[in-house]
Design a protein around this ligand. Structure first.
Ligand code: HEM
Length: 442
């Protein structure tokens, strides 16, 4: 999802972050910095500064070294960049995931009347709920996302990957890996896994993209908000209908399998189930595309690592995991302090926003030796690219399966695969790490 056009006002409705004059910290002046932090020269930069967006790691490293728990007046948020501090936040029940309120506050006056139903749907997304609600909602999906259940789709994913590559990536030809494979393949797999008939794909993915605009901050104008809010309502109506159909005539897909679990209508209402389904494709589609692209970019930019994976394909899953750490699709998660809390000797006040910058924590030298080195043998299991704790990505096994299948075939069966351009454009986004295109020779 993008906040791409240069004229777009740099405001993110998820976070409210702006590039305008730094406002005062809610609850008082900025806390005093530590003695260690005072010694290093550090100049704060806006995270949506195009140069920072293009290469976030240099700046994030300096921010973390300066102060891993930093109050940013510029972003009106705490920027948490240390691995230990970030894990602490994700464990602490005082740190709340509820953020539908701020999203709603950002809707322009003229689009408010459309917003009520859309925000009721968003409030059912498990990612915006805290315990005990969150646990109740997540439980109905748990079994269907377990690695052993997802493993049943391996043959289908591998077949779909080979078929798509055969059609769209002829060896020797030049193409765009994003448009040719990385975007359409996860879309195809997720639609099948969720139970969306192929014929409905275009509207289904259009609504998902517009919902992404709302949640990730690309919708800025009133007209864009209206489109996004209406798309969420359309998606909810569509999925409610699909749930009714699958109840009457079950198939082998996520919706039917969760219904068969017997919890819908008891521990979770059908309305809540449908609301959660509206999150699934949005949460998994683009992120998985970006994992495929970022992993292949890292491999192609590190020929010795690519050669190691070619020699020993058992390294493919490790390469995917290392790409999650080194340059993963998600740069941060957003939270709010539900009550006052102490973090590294600082008082984070109730209501303060917190940017948990996982992209920085994944390069923390206290956790990962030589963190700026891409090393497929690292075994980077403790990266935070899928989050951590109660909200750990429920779709991680599916993302790993799909990304692993694509990387495996491209690495093993395309010995000539190479970059045809050295400079790349990253979508301007606070949350996502996404290339606009990746031109390659197949
Ligand atoms: C490489 C691909 C993916 C990445 C990088 C990713 C990243 C994440 C992250 C960082 C979180 C935690 C958010 C937070 O704590 O605020 C999360 C949660 C979530 N993800 Fe993923 N995700 C990916 C794929 C998927 C897929 C394929 C699905 C489903 C089809 C999915 C569904 C979800 C859901 C439902 C949550 C919320 C879990 C909860 O709140 O308990 N994700 N994801």
């Amino acid at each position: 999802m993008t906040i791409t056009t240069p004229n777009t006002p740099l405001v993110c409705p998820v976070t409210g972050a702006t590039a305008d004059a730094p406002p005062m910290r809610p609850g008082g002046p900025a806390p005093l910095v530590t003695a260690a932090a005072r010694t290093a020269p550090f100049t704060e930069r806006y995270l949506l500064d195009p140069a920072v967006n293009a290469d976030p790691y240099r700046y994030l490293n300096s921010l973390r070294d300066h102060d891993p728990v930093y109050w940013s007046a510029m972003h009106r948020a705490w920027l948490i960049t240390g691995h230990g501090q970030l894990m602490h936040c994700l464990r602490d029940p005082a740190v709340s995931a509820e953020r539908v309120g701020p999203l709603m506050d950002a809707v322009p006056e003229g689009a408010r009347e459309d917003a009520e139903r859309a925000f009721a749907i968003l409030s059912r997304w498990m990612v915006f709920n805290d315990a005990p609600q969150h646990r109740r909602l997540r439980q109905v999906f748990q079994e269907q996302f377990a690695a052993r259940t997802i493993g049943r789709y391996r043959a289908f994913v591998e077949r779909a990957t080979r078929a798509m590559l055969a059609r769209r990536a002829v060896p020797g030809s030049i193409g765009d890996l994003v448009a040719d494979i990385a975007r359409p393949l996860p879309a195809l797999v997720f639609a099948r896994w969720l139970g969306v008939p192929q014929a409905h794909g275009p509207s289904f993915w259009y609504w998902n993209a517009r919902v992404g605009d709302l949640v990730l901050g690309a919708a800025q104008e009133e007209r864009e908000y209206r489109t996004s809010l209406q798309s969420l309502v359309n998606l909810d109506d569509y999925l409610a209908d699909l749930v009714r159909q699958r109840r009457a005539d079950p198939k082998d897909d996520l919706i039917s399998n969760v219904l068969a679990g017997g919890r819908i209508g008891t521990s979770v209402s059908e309305e809540e189930f449908v609301g959660m389904l509206t999150q699934m494709a949005f949460a998994g589609g683009e992120t998985t595309s970006n994992l495929i692209v970022n992993c292949l970019l890292a491999l192609l930019q590190h020929p010795e690592q690519l050669a190691a994976v070619r020699e020993d394909p058992k390294l493919v899953p490790m390469a995917v995991e290392e790409a999650m750490r080194f340059d993963g699709p998600s740069k941060m998660s957003i939270r709010t302090a539900g009550e006052d809390l102490d973090l590294d000797g600082r008082t984070v006040r109730s209501g303060d926003r917190m940017f948990l910058v996982t992209a920085a924590a994944n390069r923390d030298p206290d956790r990962f030796p030589d963190p700026d080195v891409f090393d497929v043998r690292r075994g980077s299991a403790s990266h935070l690219g899928f989050g951590f704790g109660a909200h750990f990505c429920i779709g991680a096994a599916l993302a790993r399966l799909v990304a692993g299948a694509v990387v495996d075939v491209l690495v093993r069966e395309y010995p000539g695969l190479e970059l045809v351009e050295q400079a790349h454009t990253w979508q301007l986004s606070l949350l996502n790490r996404a290339l606009t295109a990746l031109p390659v020779r197949y």
